[in-house]
Design a protein around this ligand. Structure first.
Ligand code: HEC
Length: 281
């Protein structure tokens, strides 16, 4: 009897593996994205894909209504305002962020991360901002410092509101970085043997203890978030929290593993509108 149940469980899991594309290495990013959408929409036909940008709120009308009310008068406005001042303050040499970023820094966030052929590396928006700083004789910000990079991007990203996520994965080196990020997302590790996908794919839309879990599609477009209304959290800071939650040692923020993860993860939200900054529980 016991044997029968175990076999049934395992067959069920193998079936899941196929449905989730965990084993389909080298599928195109668009095929990966579509496969996940197919999986979620089969499970939750009543939840609109465009609402996935709200994360777990897409699955809970009451929490979404609360979010809408909070977003009318965001409690974190003063922090975004601090970021605006940082953005507008010229460097010591008189130049500004706007003078050294593409498009004066407007409507560009959806192009990041992008793959830089020259260095053979993924470049996040945070990296591009730091490159701009060092090129103008300023010190780079620590990417995990919420009081500098966090606040600056809480404003800077608002300049890209409404732009569609448009992450490109072209050529063998970019594809390798994307596949590396995908591997991190699907690999079960740590004491609890969880992968990002265990929660955000297999259990997307389910409750874990008391928390509803968001789907991976739509995850990367609304950053940074202010948890509880005033606690600024960037995307990689969130990754770090999720790694720690399942007792994995998080890779360093801004390092290759995190950046490749952000690259893969962002491509899953291609075609979805950017918005900064937003409230989260
Ligand atoms: C044990 C389950 C679990 C695992 C494993 C996990 N997460 Fe999470 N994650 C959560 C929960 C719970 C939340 C908060 C509710 C929500 O928004 O989904 C969350 C939130 C997030 C958010 C914020 C969503 C939003 O809209 O605010 C992102 C992004 C995220 N996780 C990415 C990841 C990544 C990347 C990994 C792998 C490194 C990962 N998570 C692993 C449970 C998990």
């Amino acid at each position: 009897m016991k044997q029968k149940i175990i076999t049934k469980l395992l067959t069920g899991m193998a079936g899941l593996g196929i449905a989730l594309g965990a084993a389909t290495a080298h599928a195109t990013p668009e095929a990966d994205r579509q496969e996940l959408i197919k999986f979620y929409t089969a499970k939750y036909p009543n939840v609109k894909v465009e609402d996935y940008v709200y994360g777990a709120l897409a699955f809970d009308a009451d929490s979404k209504a609360q979010y809408d009310a909070i977003m009318e008068f965001p409690p974190f406005d003063s922090q975004v305002e601090q970021g605006r001042k940082m953005w507008e303050t010229p460097f010591k040499n008189g130049k500004t962020y706007a003078s050294c970023l593409p498009g004066s820094g407007k409507q560009i966030a959806g192009n990041y991360p992008h793959f830089d052929e020259a260095s053979g590396k993924v470049v996040t928006l945070h990296d591009a901002i730091n490159k701009c700083r060092t090129a103008n004789g300023e010190e780079a910000y620590k990417v995990n410092d919420m009081k500098t990079m966090g606040l600056l991007t809480a404003y800077m990203r608002t300049l890209s509101d409404g732009m569609m996520m448009n992450v490109k994965v072209e050529g063998p080196k970019a594809t390798a970085a994307y596949e590396d990020g995908k591997k991190t997302f699907y690999s079960r590790k740590g004491q609890l043997n969880f992968a990002c996908a265990t929660c955000h794919v297999q259990n997307g839309g389910n409750r874990l203890r008391s928390e509803l879990i968001s789907p991976a599609v739509g995850h990367t477009v609304h950053w940074p978030v202010f948890r509880g209304g005033d606690n600024l959290v960037t995307l990689q800071q969130r990754y770090q929290g999720c790694f720690t939650q399942v007792r994995q040692v998080p890779p360093p923020q801004g390092g290759e593993t995190m950046n490749n993860l952000e690259y893969f993860h962002s491509a899953l939200s291609n075609g979805m509108p950017m918005k900064a900054s937003v409230f989260r529980k």
